[in-house]
Design a protein around this ligand. Structure first.
Ligand SMILES: Cc1cc2nc3c(=O)[nH]c(=O)nc-3n(C[C@H](O)[C@H](O)[C@H](O)COP(=O)(O)OP(=O)(O)OC[C@H]3O[C@@H](n4cnc5c(N)ncnc54)[C@H](O)[C@@H]3O)c2cc1C
Ligand SMILES: Cc1cc2nc3c(=O)[nH]c(=O)nc-3n(C[C@H](O)[C@H](O)[C@H](O)COP(=O)(O)O)c2cc1C
Length: 770
């Protein structure tokens, strides 16, 4: 085959050498516009997994690369006058120039033709090529030529960064955060050879503008950074090697992914590789890794299908399919890490204490968890756990141990929860006339015995016509209050758990069948008239609700007050106002469901007016020493709906009204929603609201292990974690998770002690057998 790689970066060079090695009969050229052994860029970092693959595919170049590696284990954070360090993180760095030189030499040794100082205008310049590799980097001319085929999806990120170097050598991956009059700047610093360290400085567009960095030449920017980071530089100078960039050299990161990666141009198959196909933010340093992994996978597919030109279409198809998955995974992790640095100033730097700031930074990609940190640096993590426990008022035991974050107590008003786990409200559709009876007593009682600190009953409806289904719990009469009291007395008498009641009104999502008879489907018989913010049905076949008028609003408010007064008589510890999931109060908050033109529609203030009115009314009758949380849908997951920014505005309003916590859920507002699910998928909303609005939060959604909860609580992404479905699978989820992480001093109900011992012994045996 005749192969031409346009662009001699890591992708083009590595692919050329691998293919030549697999089949020396291939005629391969790499065409590069720069001079030989001339490149811009400082150091790049690699992962162990990529290095392992490189050793397997080409031990010769891998050995040279490894020889040139700088390895370091530590991360050091400079923040508000503190310097904190942890170990066990394992990075390797190499100068970009050094890496390319090794690859260039290896290409030459294998017989790849290297053509330098040649700017390629088009893939059509090589009509004799069977395969053209577009490895021409992020600004790929080749990709741009076939814009319509490759469908590049480009998102320009808001932060500005400048890629500098210094001759000061750092023995840790160092992060330095500095506050200026116009905002925070951070430096990402790592050594990559025995003379040089990479020094990337990043800030927000706002700080960049206000400091006039856009108007400065490169030397001006260097002087500014040198001055700002003088302490960590300790007299060393900063340098640029991007003199080819005109202007200030501060860049915006562009996240790129393409809809299609290959194209037949009439003569040759053209395929994208490396930065031409996708980018990953430097916050997790994976761009070079992705480029190398692309080269390996394309070669691998030729080995699978055969090194003949007839196989090229099948090879390209499989290459794209496989690489797309890995790239999406890395881009996801990179996105979390990148966003952390984008909001660090307003969200974390001014609010979190240095210890928690460091923990939050280390876990920014959400790929490194609490237990993962323990594996990396046990001593550091245990020190952090002691610090966290002391903040929660927990003294270490005689042997110095403290509970992990999830098992520290939490106090809100007069209520102290023994740990940070809440059983999330879950509708059971099993009540008759809204009464909490034997099913609920056993169901909720078992969860209270199972270790959750706060057990919520399901959404409890404030009137018969506030119900979602005929099987929902209610709180509009004495009998229902007695049912609740029986349960509350059971929990208070037999466990150390607390009880929460979530009050709600179904609004336009009411009068539906029991979940297992057709979720959200309207009742055929026995339904009742619906009300909502606006007269919009939930499904096409749902009843059209009446847009609430003044009288409806007054009646429903009185219903909420009556339900709260009845809740007081039950002795429950905690109240939650359900303003999420498209139910009545949520229908006011979302612009998708609120089309009103009166003072209850339009602006945030107007949309929140009715839910806030309800909140104020129930707060006035609920005991002062007991908390009220508010559940919000923090994202409608639909164009034109509420986003986390809107949720933060509402959270601020509820905070100002005296709400104690925001329970950060999302969705279920609009049927055509497009949620993005995944582990901890709603936790970012909680993180944002807690740390930007400054109100305690409950995180919920796909928190399914102690390790998840510990990571969320420790990082200050939430104060409590609500766990729903795992509690359906396992009433003793909390106790079992404690045992699984080796925590044996969490109390089980005294009646269950012999079960505890056996459970722990079996787990220990299974772990030993592994
Ligand atoms: C600030 C910053 C920090 C980074 N840090 C890291 C890190 O720590 N770790 C990491 O792995 N990655 C890092 N990267 C990313 C990394 O630089 C790229 O992801 C990686 O180099 C991609 O390799 P590539 O071969 O696809 O593209 P490139 O390295 O961009 O190579 C493309 C080549 O094509 C040449 N070229 C372009 N157009 C033409 C043309 N028309 N004719 C001829 N030649 C052409 C260019 O001169 C260049 O040599 C960082 C990037 C930035 C911006
Ligand atoms: C069967 C079931 C019923 C639910 N009912 C309610 C409810 O009454 N009120 C509420 O706010 N959320 C309700 N939810 C949502 C959960 O409280 C929780 O937010 C969601 O399941 C995500 O958490 P998880 O991933 O731990 O399950 C329900 C969820 C399930 C699975």
């Amino acid at each position: 085959m005749r192969i031409v790689c346009i662009g001699g970066g890591p992708a083009g060079l590595y692919f050329a050498l691998l293919m030549k090695k697999q089949n020396p009969a291939h005629e391969i050229s790499v065409v590069e516009r720069n001079r030989p052994y001339d490149t811009f860029g400082w150091g790049v970092v690699f992962s162990d997994a990529t290095m392992e693959a490189m050793r397997a595919w080409d031990p010769e170049s891998a050995a040279e690369i490894e020889d040139a590696f700088n390895h370091w284990d530590d991360i050091e954070v400079w923040f508000k006058g503190t310097r904190q360090r942890t170990s066990g993180h394992g990075f390797v760095g190499i100068g970009r120039k050094k890496l390319l030189n090794i690859l260039q030499r290896r290409c030459e040794a294998l017989g790849v033709e290297l053509v330098f100082e040649t700017e390629v205008a088009s893939d059509l310049d090589y009509p004799d090529a069977d395969l053209v590799i577009a490895s021409d980097g992020f600004n790929s001319k080749i990709r741009n030529r076939y814009h319509e085929v490759f469908e590049p999806d480009l998102v320009t990120r808001p932060n500005r960064y400048i890629w500098l170097g210094t001759n000061k050598l750092y023995d840790a991956f160092t992060f330095d955060f500095r506050k200026t009059d116009h905002g925070w700047f951070q430096a990402h610093i790592y050594k990559f050879d025995d003379k040089t360290s990479t020094f990337i400085v990043e800030t927000t567009e706002d700080a960049y503008e206000k400091h006039g960095l856009g108007q400065m030449d490169q030397q001006g920017s260097i002087d500014f950074c040198q001055d700002l980071f003088s302490e960590v530089l300790d007299g060393a100078k900063l340098m640029t090697n991007a003199r080819h960039l005109r202007g200030s050299a501060w860049l915006n990161f562009n996240r790129l992914i393409c809809g299609k990666w290959s194209h037949f141009n009439g003569h040759s198959h053209v395929v994208l590789m490396g930065d031409a196909a996708h980018t990953a933010h430097f916050a997790i340093g994976s761009g070079t890794k992705l480029a190398i992994d692309d080269a390996i996978e394309l070669t691998n597919q030729f080995n699978r299908h055969g090194h003949a030109k007839e196989q090229i279409p099948a090879v390209l198809e499989d290459y794209e399919e496989i690489r797309r998955v890995d790239v999406a995974r890395i881009q996801n992790a990179a996105r979390n890490a990148m966003e952390w640095f984008e909001v660090v100033g307003r969200r974390y730097a001014d609010t979190l204490p240095p210890e928690q700031f460091m923990y939050s930074m280390l876990t920014r990609s959400q790929r490194i968890s609490h237990e993962n940190l323990r594996l990396r640096d046990k001593a550091w993590l245990e020190g952090y756990e002691r610090w966290f426990a002391s903040q929660a008022g927990v003294e270490p035991s005689a042997d110095g141990r403290v509970p992990p974050p999830m098992f520290t107590p939490y106090t809100m008003r007069g209520v102290t929860l023994k740990n940070r786990i809440v059983m999330s409200p879950m509708a059971m559709y099993s009540a008759k006339d809204g009464v909490l009876d034997d099913f609920h007593l056993v169901h909720l009682g078992a969860r209270a015995l199972g270790g959750a600190a706060l057990v919520f009953g399901e959404m409890t409806c404030v009137s018969p016509d506030a119900r979602i289904t005929p099987g929902c719990l209610g709180l509009w009469n004495e009998k229902q209050a007695e049912g609740w009291k029986r349960f509350v007395d059971f929990v208070h008498g037999n466990s150390t758990a607390k009880v929460g009641i979530q009050l709600g009104h179904a609004g336009r999502k009411g009068a539906t069948k029991l979940a297992w008879e057709g979720i959200d489907q309207p009742l055929q018989t026995g339904d009742w008239p619906l009300i909502s913010a606006s007269a919009l049905p939930y499904l096409k076949n749902s009843q059209v609700p009446k847009a609430m008028d003044r009288a409806d609003m007054d009646r429903v408010k009185a219903d909420f007050v009556r339900a709260t007064e009845l809740a007081v008589t039950t002795g429950a510890d905690w109240l939650e106002l359900h303003c999420a999931h498209g139910y009545l109060l949520s229908s006011f908050l979302s612009p998708l469901t609120n089309r009103r033109t009166d003072e209850y529609g339009g602006s945030h203030e107007n949309r929140a007016r009715y839910p806030l009115g309800i909140f104020n009314a129930i707060r006035a009758v609920w005991p002062k020493d007991k908390p009220i949380s508010v559940r919000l849908s923090c994202h409608d997951w639909f164009e034109g709906g509420n986003t986390p920014d809107d949720a933060a505005i509402f959270a601020q309003m509820f905070k100002d009204a005296g709400a104690d916590m925001i329970d950060c859920s999302s969705g279920q507002v609009w049927k055509e929603e497009k949620p993005v699910y995944g582990r901890l998928f709603q936790t970012p909303f909680s993180d944002k609201i807690r740390n930007e609005v400054g109100i305690p939060t409950i995180a919920v959604g796909a928190i399914s292990e102690a390790d998840h909860a510990n990571s969320v609580i420790a990082a200050g992404r939430a104060d409590l974690c609500a766990v729903a479905r795992p509690h359906l699978a396992d009433p003793a989820w909390v106790l079992h998770e404690a045992a699984r992480i080796g925590l044996t001093d969490v109390a089980w109900p005294k009646q269950y002690y012999s079960g505890k011992q056996q459970y722990e012994t079996n787990l220990a045996r299974a772990a030993a057998a592994k």
